[in-house]
Structures are given as structure tokens and as C-alpha cells.
Design a binder for this molecule. Sequence first.
Ligand code: NAP
Length: 457
Amino acid sequence: MSSLGTEQQPLQVAIVGSGPSGFYVAESLLKSDTAVRIAMIERLPAPFGLVRYGVAPDHPKLKEVIPVYDRIAQSPQFSFYGNVTVGRDVSVAELRNAFHVVVLASGAESDRRMGIPGEDLPGSYTATEFVGWYNGHPDFQDRSFDLDQEVAVIIGQGNVAIDVCRILAKTVDELRHTDITAHALDRLATSKIQEIHLVGRRGPAQTKFTTKEFRELGVLADCDPVVDPADLALNPESQAELSDKRGAVAKKNLEVLQGFLARPSRGARRRVHLRFLLSPVELKGGTHLDRVVFERNQLKGGPFEQSARGTGSREELAAGLLFRSIGYRGTPIPGVSFDPKQGIIPTRESRVTDEAGAVVSGLFATGWIKRGPSGIIGTNKPDAVATVQSILADLPSLDTGPRPGNAALAALLAGRRRVVSYRDWQAIDAAEIKRGLSEGKPREKFTRVDEMLGVLP
Ligand code: NAP
């Protein structure tokens, strides 16, 4: 019988990615009866993935999971390898030689495209890059966004679209004491945006917003929500959705819209226009976006299966700034199969499959790179538990040959990379918190990898 998973022969696991999905896999493994050693590998010197770089700076409560991850990282069975890119500094094949199990938890780093003419005109950006920019993600610090425009359009009606909308709509005073970067705050302070159109391709009963987030658009300091009453007339299928318990959130969101409609305008400096049944079909402009062409849609299909179909009727909106916020996409990892259509790694019960559909022994995926970009932070917890169940179920069939784990990884990386340990990260963390103190901010993030490494001895 295999003794893999005992203190004599602990299960050596490498987790690629340090966002919520990676940390919940580590937690679930550590809570199991199996003796494990975990190496978590992260491309950036800073851990926590979308909790650090995706969660909006004005939603600090969502970051309260960080102390939980911090406790996991303090476990003697856990080691952190920051500033290491899998596929560049170390290959998946090398990891599979060094560890019994490799878990890919790399999230969804890219975004879906609209696939329309003019999509790449200056003035048209992705929510991903804007969110990364204001949250201090090193990949996006050289981007500049044309906030000298008066009219902005956001395509998509999910929670990311709401985050982008709020950051554009809020006053500097509403953001000043958050962990938004100083650079982003300075640029937003000079923003000339007055009108923000938050545009959905389907109707007011099909928004993907969380109601709490949506309601917040009604309590901004200097921005009024605007709703066209004609937009709130629902077709019978949408009415059926709202009277079903699966439509509970949509029903509350509709109540929020009705509340916006009932309130008188306060004459605020900015307005958010909630727009429905419109799909962008072309972005126009010579050297810069100046008009968005929409096609009006109607809904087709039964309750909960309604999709947007173009009616042929078009309208144009003069706008010089557009963010598409229509969903994230995973990116491939060299040496691992990838489904380009869905932007995920193909799996069977979290076990990665190869191009022929066969399970690759010892290789697993979890979180958004496995199931696609859906759900909130906590959704990754049961997902990770399911991943770990598959790992533990496979223990008897895993190759029990020598897997030196950390020792092998450290040897591979020596000379290739300045590895950032968890202790190193704690030094960076402390330095960021100190930088934020004088401004009354929870932290002032370092936005460049070199700055982070500069803190370390
Ligand atoms: P999402 O919730 O899937 O929303 C995507 C939006 O884009 C939907 O309105 C979708 O419309 C629309 N869309 C997709 N393709 C389109 C196209 N070709 N043209 C026009 N519209 C299109 O995605 P997300 O906002 O990126 O959020 C990702 C996940 O993170 C979600 O689960 C979200 O709840 C979560 N998140 C949570 C928080 C929070 O809890 N505070 C914050 C941020 C993100 P259809 O419905 O018609 O497809």
C-alpha cells in the first residue's frame, strides 16, 4: 500500500497562483488528514491575486479574507515563491517532476473581446486594464486613460462594470482614504467625465449586478442615476423570471432601478445612465473614438433562456471613452492544454485533460481557470474543496517516486530568479502600510516590481 501522504512521505503539492482559488486549495489540503508540503508559486512579488488587484479600493470589506490567507501562509507546511512565472522561470514539466501534484490556480488574466470594428481605437479600453491600473497592478502602470472626455460608455452589466462605473463616478474625496494608488487618484482628480452610460445587451431583469453593489450607485456624493421609464416595461418571459425564486436577485435589482426612477435628480455633477437592450456594433472615430454605434435588441427565448437579438434598428452615441466589461478570460500556460473558445483549461472533476481528452495524472486545475470567470471570492472555497477531493481520491494511483518538492524547486530557481518568500512579502506589506499612514490610507501600494524588490535586502 502507498504511504504517500504520511509524515514519512508527505504529499508534495505545487499550487500555481496565489489568488483565492489557490489559497482555498492550500487550506483544504492543510485541513485534510493527509500529510502535505505546499509550494505556492506566484508571478508577482505580492500574493492574493484579484483580492489585491481586482477588488475595488472602496470595498475594503471584501479584502477581509486576507488575514485568513495570511494564516494559511504561516503554516510550517507552506512555502511561497513570489516573482516566479510558471512557463518562463520554471516549466510545468519541471514542477511535475518535483511534486506529486501540481494545481493550476492561475485565474483569468485576460478579457473577452466584443469583436466589432473600431474596438482597438484609442479611447476604447478594457475594464481589466483600468481595474489593474487603479489597483496598482504592475502590468498596467504604463496605461493612460483619456479621462478628458465628458461622455464614457461601459459595456456590460456585471459587478466589474459597476466597479469601473463607481471609480469614474466618485469624487476624489470619496476615494482619498482607500488603497487606490496615488497616481490613479491624481489622474481621476482631473477627470472631465460627466455622463457615464452603463449599457446592457439584455433587459433590466437580466442584470448580473449584486444588489448591494447596484444600490450604491444611488448614494454617490456627486452623481445621479438616470433611468428611462420606457426601459422598465418587461416582456412576459422576464416577468415570469422575476416571479421565480431563481430571479430573486434580478427582482431586487429591478426594485433598485424603480427606486432610481422615482427619485428627483439632485443636479449632481455626474450622471450614470442605466441603458438596456443595446449592443455596440461599431466604434467610430478617425484617430480617436468619438461615437459608439449601438443596435437595439429584443429578447428571444423562454424564461431564463432569453438572449439578445438585434432588431436592425441603430442609434449612435457621441462618446470618447469606452470600457468593455464583458467578462474575463483565462490565458494558456505553456505545456498545458487549453480551450481557446472558453478561455479555460479543460478538466474532468478538476483533473486536467490533454488534447485527446485523457486525464493527466497529478495535474489539477481550480478556480476561474477551471470553471471560467464566475462567482464571488467565496465561490472558490467549495470549488477548492472539490478539487482537493479529486486530489485525495487519486492518491493511491499517483506516482510515488521521489518528489523532493521545495528542495527541487529552490534548486531550479537558484540563479534564475530573485524569489520573494512570504517573509519578504511581509516586509513589502509593512512598507506599503507605512507609506499609506501619512495620507490616511490603509496602504500606498508599490506599483512596480522593482520598487517591491527594492524594499528587500
Ligand atoms: P459577469 O458578471 O459575467 O458580467 C458580464 C456582463 O457582460 C453581463 O452583463 C453580460 O451580459 C455582458 N456581456 C457579455 N458578453 C457581451 C457582449 N458580447 N456584448 C455585450 N455585453 C456582453 O462578469 P464580470 O462583471 O466581469 O464579473 C466576473 C465575476 O466576478 C462575476 O461573478 C462577478 O459577480 C464577480 N465580481 C464580484 C464583485 C463583488 O462581489 N463585489 C466585484 C467584481 C466582480 P449577458 O448577461 O447578456 O451575458
